[in-house]
Each structure stands twice: as structure tokens, then as C-alpha cells.
Design a protein around this ligand. Structure first.
Ligand SMILES: *[C@@H]1O[C@H](CO)[C@@H](O)[C@H](O)[C@H]1NC(C)=O
Ligand SMILES: *[C@@H]1O[C@H](CO)[C@@H](O)[C@H](O)[C@H]1NC(C)=O
Ligand SMILES: *[C@@H]1O[C@H](CO)[C@@H](O)[C@H](O)[C@H]1NC(C)=O
Ligand SMILES: *[C@@H]1O[C@H](CO)[C@@H](O)[C@H](O)[C@H]1NC(C)=O
Ligand SMILES: *[C@@H]1O[C@H](CO)[C@@H](O)[C@H](O)[C@H]1NC(C)=O
Ligand SMILES: *[C@@H]1O[C@H](CO)[C@@H](O)[C@H](O)[C@H]1NC(C)=O
Ligand SMILES: *[C@@H]1O[C@H](CO)[C@@H](O)[C@H](O)[C@H]1NC(C)=O
Ligand SMILES: *[C@@H]1O[C@H](CO)[C@@H](O)[C@H](O)[C@H]1NC(C)=O
Ligand SMILES: *[C@@H]1O[C@H](CO)[C@@H](O)[C@H](O)[C@H]1NC(C)=O
Ligand SMILES: *[C@@H]1O[C@H](CO)[C@@H](O)[C@H](O)[C@H]1NC(C)=O
Ligand SMILES: *[C@@H]1O[C@H](CO)[C@@H](O)[C@H](O)[C@H]1NC(C)=O
Ligand SMILES: *[C@@H]1O[C@H](CO)[C@@H](O)[C@H](O)[C@H]1NC(C)=O
Length: 548
């Protein structure tokens, strides 16, 4: 009777069926299904798979020692990304609420974005009234990592270190006094402590929100297959996510983690740049990097002059300013605190974010000629998962050896979770034509402009795209789908033919599948990734290469 009363209160038909089962479940109905085990022969671990990439550790953090006494990462402090300590910008005491960690592009810790930002002001990720979420597809990025090999911070460190060896010597004073004692303490490539926490928290919140969908696996007596790539930080990302989702040590027994090889020449939807040869060509896949560097040349002149006046023995360039800003981000992310942050003004941080906006918009967004092609692999795989088959065509980064095998590419899960890199998440958003994130058009490259594309909102650490498949009692047809990026529900009516404005971002599942199947057909991997053409920044290519 009590159960019936409770069920009567439930707004959604299907979830009541799911929850109904839960109410009467016995221990044999509870996840993990009885008699299941992780099969390490079929799903070998990191050391068996190999290709971990570079694995360089840094020093132990000591934020309790290095941060000023007035700055501690209290979990209530809106200016901190717990447990990181972030400083106030130059010229600010923090009273205006300016949070520097939201201006670090792909080096920002992820934060919730309001649906309102993309124009849906009356919705949330929770199941809309009358609807029940019956399937969820998650695509998420690794958490905070050390700098990738050869990025600006280590070059800057080498420049300073070389200067100290010169006869005339190196001297820094005033704000830069700390540089006299400063040492480069970061490793390379690996997931950091805060990165581990971000992925763990993501897994825990995912279980909190969608745990009931595990009941499907219990019914079929199978374990979920979640995927990642072979780089060490990618394996650790999937492990930490799974630990958050299933618990420690239960995660070792409750999910099969599939590690796809990431190395040049191998088809891998999570690392398409390994076969998309145009992805790193200056006039093609990396026009954004060049444009961003050009923007930086003019954006920091005042700060450059101010810092140069306090240092002798090195001539600072705009590349050094970017390196020092990145050191602010990386040292905070890895060591918990960085003395570089307070060198820069609020405007510097806004320009730093815009530098990343340009770089990502033109390397992996609408302004890139290779973005859609690189995202086509995940797009094809997700559409196969939506429809339960057929398996994807191998005309992109799809690896048909894996995808034609239901052990490695099951098509009947209620929950999917793939880990990848930020560039691929943005490539995938572009392939899906989720153009609400690009609605303000191509970014001007010479001057910062207010725009809808914010790298820190789209490609931060642990960024995640959540795709919900829903059954609704108040829509026709009843099967619906919607897209959620870092908690913001994305409107799709502007870019999906046949989808009308819906306040919850919903559209007919069948219609969306139709639109996406056409999109798969129009994206030409061979031309975009291997063809000969010239692209330039300033255009909205819808992620596809020009024919010239
Ligand atoms: C990886 O798997 C191999 C073979 O099953 C096993 O010998 C090894 O201990 C495992 N390593 C880890 C870190 O679990
Ligand atoms: C900030 O910049 C000003 C110059 O614009 C400089 O005088 C000052 O020392 C800087 N540092 C702080 C912490 O305000
Ligand atoms: C949302 O926007 C619409 C149209 O601009 C407006 O009528 C409505 O009041 C807004 N709702 C909220 C909750 O702000
Ligand atoms: C520092 O000096 C070393 C050895 O001479 C050189 O290889 C390296 O390129 C220099 N670093 C920079 C940033 O100039
Ligand atoms: C560094 O510069 C400051 C200010 O010009 C000066 O007082 C100090 O003696 C210099 N230190 C060294 C080691 O040259
Ligand atoms: C497909 O993936 C497997 C495992 O990651 C790899 O060994 C194989 O070489 C890949 N195939 C191609 C064609 O890249
Ligand atoms: C900034 O400095 C660069 C290099 O010195 C110079 O070419 C450029 O004109 C300056 N830009 C502005 C806006 O002052
Ligand atoms: C810095 O630039 C000045 C002027 O171009 C030059 O004389 C000096 O040698 C440079 N110093 C270093 C350390 O490169
Ligand atoms: C790997 O990708 C290429 C390019 O799309 C494709 O031609 C080839 O068939 C794929 N190989 C496999 C095993 O999927
Ligand atoms: C998916 O299908 C396979 C093969 O038919 C079956 O063994 C498995 O139990 C199914 N998994 C789920 C989660 O339903
Ligand atoms: C999950 O289970 C529910 C209830 O049994 C069912 O309606 C739904 O179709 C299942 N989902 C998948 C993806 O199999
Ligand atoms: C690409 O096209 C340009 C312009 O037509 C031509 O000069 C160049 O040789 C071509 N490159 C290749 C690799 O075919």
C-alpha cells in the first residue's frame, strides 16, 4: 500500500517501473549481478596493453606550506576549486568575486554552466516533468594533468635557468622576486591529485544520479563495458571514475575497462589525431594555435612591460607571458598554489581565456577544417549505440576490429561512459553539430570580443557531455533525446532540421537519429584528414575542410 502511494506520486511512467523493481528487490537483484566477474584476459590492464606515453612525475605538493596564510582552500570558498588555492589577480582583493580559475581555458577545473547561458532559462539536467531517462551516454575528459611534453612552461623554465648561468646573471625584483628561488617542479602528462579527485567525483555523482540504470545489467547478468585510451593518465582517469562510481575496491570487479591503444597509425575513436594526418598541419588542423599566438603578441603589452621592468638577464616575450600564465594554472592544479597567478590582472586573465577560445575554436571547433572528421568516430559509434546497431562504418577513426565485436562494442547497454581528451570532446560536439556553443560566430582573432564560445566552459579538466534518452508521457513521439554539457542543457533547434524549440532541449529521438545519420554521411574523413587544401582562421567551416 505504501509502495502504491509512493508510486502514485512519481511523475514519470517508466522510472516508476524501474523504481518499482527496486522497491521489491532482494539481494540477488542488486548490482553487481551474481556470477559475473571482470575478465582480465579479455580486458587486459594497463601494463598488458602498453603504450602508456610519457610518464614523468613531479615533486610532492606542499600547498599547506607554499600558499600565503590568508589563502586556504576552504570548501565554502567560491574563489577556490577545492582543494586548490587560487590567488587574487593583480590589483584586486577578491571582493568583486573574480575567480581566476574560470579563465584558464582547457586548464580550468570544470564548473557547472547554466543552461541559461545557451538560451534555455527554465530547465535543468533533472528529468523533465512527464519524462523518465531510460539510457545515458557519457563522454568525459581526464582531470587535471601535468603539462604535455614540450609545452611553454618547461621552455620558460629552461630560459630562466640558462639566464642564471650567464656571466651578467639573472636578477628579478619586486613582484618577481620569487623567481630568483623558483624551480620548475612539474612532471609531464600524468593525471595530478586534483585531476584524480575530479574524475572520482564525476563517477560518484554519476552513480548518485543514474545508479538505477545499473538495474538493466543486473537483469541481463552482464557487467558494463566502459572505454578509455592507453595513455597512463587516460587509464588512471577511467579507474578513478570507476572507483567513484562503484567504490574501492569494488570497481576492480564490477566494470570491464577497455583500454584502446593510443599511438600513431592506430584507429582509435578516442585519439583520431593518430590517423588524421592533417590534424597537426599548420595550414589545416592547427590554424587555431597560430592565430592564438598572434593574438597573444598584442594582448599583454602593458603587463609585459611591467614585468620586464622588474627583471634583468632575460628579455620577456608574449610567449613567456603565456608560459607564466600557464604556470599559474599548472602549478595551482598540480601543487595546490602558484605564486605566478598574482602577477596578472583581471584583464590579463580575460585575454588568457580568449587566447584559448581562439585556439580551440579554430583547432577543434566550428572554425577547424578537421574537427568534424575527428569527431566522426564517436558520432558514428554513438549513433550505433542509440539505434542498437548496425555497427559503425569504418570510414573515420573507427576501429572495426573492436566495433564489430559485441564484447568490445556492446550495443545494448543502459549506461555508456567513454573517457577521452578535450580536443576530441570538442571535435565530437562539432561533429554532432551542437552549434549552440558556437552561436556568436567566428571569433575575431585580433581583439577580444564577447562571445558564446568559452574554452573553460567547453574543454576544461573533466569536462563531460551527457546524452539522455528519455521516454515522455507528454510528448509525441514519446521517445526523446537531449544533450547536456557540464550541466548546461543545449538547445538544438537551430542546427537540427525538424527539431523545434523546446524549453528542456528535447527533440524526437528518431528525428535526431535521422539528422545525425545525414551528418555522418556528409563528413568526409578522407578529404578533411588526408586531402590537400588550405584553411585559414576567421571562418565558420562547421568543422569541415574547404574544397580548394
Ligand atoms: C596486469 O595483468 C597482469 C596479467 O593478468 C598481472 O600479472 C598484473 O599483476 C596486472 N597488473 C596490475 C597493475 O594489476
Ligand atoms: C600590480 O601592478 C602594479 C602596477 O600596475 C604594481 O605596482 C604592483 O606592484 C602589482 N602587484 C600587486 C600585488 O598589486
Ligand atoms: C525565460 O525567458 C522567457 C523569454 O525570454 C521569459 O518569458 C521567462 O520569464 C524566463 N524565465 C525565467 C525563469 O527567467
Ligand atoms: C638552454 O640552454 C640549453 C643548452 O645550451 C639549450 O639546449 C636550450 O635550448 C636553452 N633553452 C632555451 C629556452 O633557450
Ligand atoms: C638585483 O637588483 C636589485 C635592484 O636593482 C639590486 O638591489 C640587487 O643588488 C640585485 N641583485 C643582484 C644579485 O644582482
Ligand atoms: C584496433 O584496435 C586494437 C586495440 O586497440 C589495435 O590493436 C589494432 O591495431 C587496431 N586496428 C587498427 C586498424 O588500427
Ligand atoms: C604590442 O607589442 C608589440 C611588440 O612590441 C607591438 O608590435 C604591438 O604594436 C604592440 N601592440 C599594442 C596594441 O600596443
Ligand atoms: C635583450 O634585448 C636587448 C635589446 O635588443 C639586447 O641588447 C640584449 O642582449 C638582450 N638580452 C638578452 C639576455 O637576450
Ligand atoms: C581504419 O581507418 C581507415 C580510415 O577510415 C579505414 O580505411 C580502415 O578500414 C580502418 N581499419 C579498421 C580495422 O577499422
Ligand atoms: C547485450 O547482448 C549480449 C549479446 O546478446 C548479451 O549477452 C548481454 O547480456 C546483453 N547486455 C545487456 C546489458 O543487456
Ligand atoms: C532497461 O530496463 C528497463 C526496465 O526493464 C527497460 O524498459 C529498458 O528498455 C532497458 N534499457 C535498455 C537499454 O536495455
Ligand atoms: C597542395 O596544393 C598546392 C596548391 O595547389 C600545391 O602547391 C601543393 O604542391 C599540393 N601539395 C601536395 C602535397 O600535393
Amino acid at each position: 500500500m505504501l509502495i502504491l502511494v509512493l508510486l502514485g506520486l512519481l511523475p514519470c511512467l517508466v522510472s516508476s517501473a524501474v523504481l518499482d523493481k527496486k522497491a521489491g528487490e532482494t539481494s540477488s537483484d542488486i548490482f553487481p549481478p551474481t556470477g559475473t566477474t571482470v575478465n582480465t584476459a579479455i580486458f587486459p590492464n594497463e601494463s598488458e596493453v602498453g603504450y602508456p606515453g610519457i610518464t614523468l612525475t613531479g615533486v610532492e605538493p606542499a600547498a599547506i606550506q607554499t600558499a600565503p596564510a590568508s589563502l586556504y582552500a576552504y570548501n565554502t570558498d567560491p574563489l577556490s576549486s577545492y582543494p586548490l588555492v587560487s590567488d587574487h589577480p593583480n590589483g584586486s582583493n577578491g571582493e568583486d568575486g573574480f575567480d581566476i580559475t574560470k579563465y584558464w581555458g582547457n586548464l580550468s577545473p570544470w564548473y557547472s554552466v547554466s543552461s541559461n547561458f545557451y538560451g534555455l532559462n527554465e530547465t535543468s539536467p533533472n528529468s523533465p516533468k512527464g519524462c523518465s531517462i531510460i539510457q545515458v551516454h557519457l563522454l568525459y575528459r581526464h582531470g587535471a594533468r601535468y603539462p604535455t611534453t614540450g609545452s611553454p612552461p618547461s621552455t620558460f623554465a629552461s630560459k630562466i635557468s640558462n639566464a642564471t648561468k650567464q656571466e651578467k646573471g639573472f636578477n628579478s625584483t619586486g613582484e618577481l622576486n620569487f623567481l630568483n628561488e623558483w624551480k620548475y617542479l612539474l612532471g609531464a602528462e600524468l593525471l595530478t591529485i586534483s585531476g584524480r579527485l575530479q574524475n572520482f567525483a564525476l563517477g560518484a555523482s554519476f552513480r548518485q544520479q543514474y545508479g538505477y540504470l545499473l538495474n538493466n545489467f543486473t537483469e541481463s547478468k552482464t557487467l558494463p563495458v566502459f572505454r578509455t585510451e592507453s595513455q597512463d593518465r587516460m587509464v588512471k582517469t577511467a579507474n578513478n571514475f570507476a572507483a567513484g562510481m562503484f567504490g574501492v575496491p569494488e570497481y576492480l570487479d564490477q566494470v570491464n575497462i577497455e583500454i584502446m591503444v593510443e599511438t600513431p597509425g592506430i584507429n582509435n575513436t578516442g585519439a583520431p589525431y593518430e590517423t588524421c594526418l592533417n590534424s597537426n598541419v599548420a595550414s589545416k588542423g592547427s590554424i587555431g594555435s597560430t592565430a592564438a599566438a598572434a593574438f597573444a603578441k598584442n594582448a599583454f603589452n602593458e603587463t609585459l612591460e611591467r614585468l620586464q621592468s622588474q627583471i634583468t638577464g632575460v628579455n620577456l616575450t608574449s610567449t613567456d607571458i603565456i608560459a607564466m600564465l600557464q604556470l599559474c594554472s599548472y602549478e595551482t592544479d598540480a601543487l595546490g598554489y602558484s605564486a605566478f597567478c598574482k602577477l596578472f590582472t583581471e584583464e590579463d586573465f580575460e585575454n588568457y581565456e580568449y587566447y584559448f577560445d581562439i585556439s580551440f575554436y579554430y583547432n577543434n571547433g566550428a572554425g577547424s577544417p578537421v574537427a568534424a572528421a575527428q569527431g566522426k568516430g564517436f558520432l558514428s559509434e554513438f549513433v550505433s549505440r542509440f539505434t542498437g546497431g548496425p555497427t559503425p562504418k569504418a570510414d573515420s577513426s573507427v576501429n572495426s576490429t573492436l566495433d564489430n565485436n559485441p564484447i568490445y562494442f556492446p550495443l545494448n547497454q543502459s549506461i555508456y561512459a567513454d573517457a577521452t581528451h578535450e580536443v576530441i570532446i570538442l571535435d565530437t560536439l562539432t561533429a554532432f553539430n551542437l552549434s549552440a556553443i558556437f552561436s556568436s560566430g567566428p571569433l575575431p582573432i585580433n581583439k577580444r570580443t564577447e562571445n558564446s564560445f568559452k574554452a573553460s566552459q567547453v574543454v576544461p579538466f573533466a569536462t563531460h557531455l551527457t546524452i539522455q534518452v528519455l521516454e515522455c508521457s507528454n510528448t509525441s513521439p514519446s521517445k526523446q533525446i537531449r544533450f547536456i554539457l557540464n550541466d548546461a542543457v543545449l538547445p538544438i533547434d537551430q542546427s537540427y532540421d525538424g527539431c523545434e524549440y523546446n524549453k528542456d532541449g528535447l527533440c524526437s529521438f528518431d528525428n535526431v537519429v535521422n539528422v545525425l545519420q545525414k551528418r555522418i554521411e556528409e563528413i568526409d574523413w578522407n578529404h578533411d584528414c588526408l586531402g590537400n587544401y588550405t584553411a585559414s582562421p576567421g571562418n565558420d567551416y562547421n568543422g569541415r575542410a574547404p574544397r580548394n
